[in-house]
Write a protein that binds this ligand. Sequence first.
Ligand code: ATP
Ligand code: SF4
Ligand code: MG
Length: 306
Amino acid sequence: MGLFHCPMGAAFYEDDDCIDCGMCYAKTRDEMIEASKKIRAYLKSHAPKNSIIRKIAVCGKGGVGKSTIVILLANVLKEAGYSVLIFDTDESNPGLYRMLGFDKQPRALMTVLRRLPSGKKEVTAKWLTPDQITVADIPSGYMLGGDGFKFLMVGKIEDPFQGCACSMANIAGDLVGKLALQDREIVVIDIEAGIESFGRGVERNVDTVLIVVEPSFESMALAEKIAYMAEGMGISRVRAILNKVPSDKVRQRMAEELDKKGVKTLGTIYFDPELSEASFEGTTPVNSRAAEEMKAIAELLLDESK
Ligand SMILES: Nc1ncnc2c1ncn2[C@@H]1O[C@H](COP(=O)(O)OP(=O)(O)OP(=O)(O)O)[C@@H](O)[C@H]1O
Ligand code: SF4
Ligand SMILES: [Mg+2]
């Protein structure tokens, strides 16, 4: 497990993964910016070209519809014959397992961490130590299965003294990196709101970032930041999904504004009252109009990777 603040996943300075970016010993803001530039340049130059889609991170501002999109997308991929692993890496919101129709949560991945007397945390699970892990290697207690999905969660912060979310993000990123997916296996990751997790590298190991954007200034501004950071991390497929869109006029304006910000739009999900109503029950209807719209979006996405 790398240092929390090392975006390259190095365990210590001058470790094999260290590129001497200077981030961990930067003392001023300018030095941090310089270090960020070095990381961006390195990751960009080492980015895999035209990778097929295997690991998708769904990001965006709080409440824009990330979890909803994860469920709709996972369902369409399942219908298209993919075996879908949904990974909940959001440490705050409890509801994704319920939205997927499970009546209990799996054992949280964070339970493999043990706090040492020094305050550091170590990974206690042997199955997490190999360089590559297949979905079949994940013990059943940590993964729920049913109706074509598999579901895994990093865990939730339940009390104020439980500690830092960094080690949770770190272990989630580590697992995503090690996951060796077989043909027609896809992992769809529900990322916590905002951009904080980007600094911790959960997304470093994905090939696709989908930014969910709602019609608001903040959401669009954050989309630009996420795209900037994701591209800087070497992720070549970064696309926006417009969500909760009330009209064609708004859709067009959003797409134009995002285009000016350099963010490519993949598709649109209009405001669907059926989704809002179902959220009172903690569910997401997969036969809704939004689900139909997601089909078109997923087709475009899959076409890109052919
Ligand atoms: N296209 C849509 N039309 C109408 N309501 C929607 C749409 N998409 C999502 N919603 C509703 O918006 C609310 C927030 O959605 P969701 O929980 O998926 O957002 P989120 O980004 O995952 O939130 P958080 O940041 O808290 O994790 C839910 O009530 C959901 O039903
Ligand atoms: S110099 Fe950069 S790459 Fe090396 S350990 Fe520090 S943060 Fe990581
Ligand atoms: Mg959510």
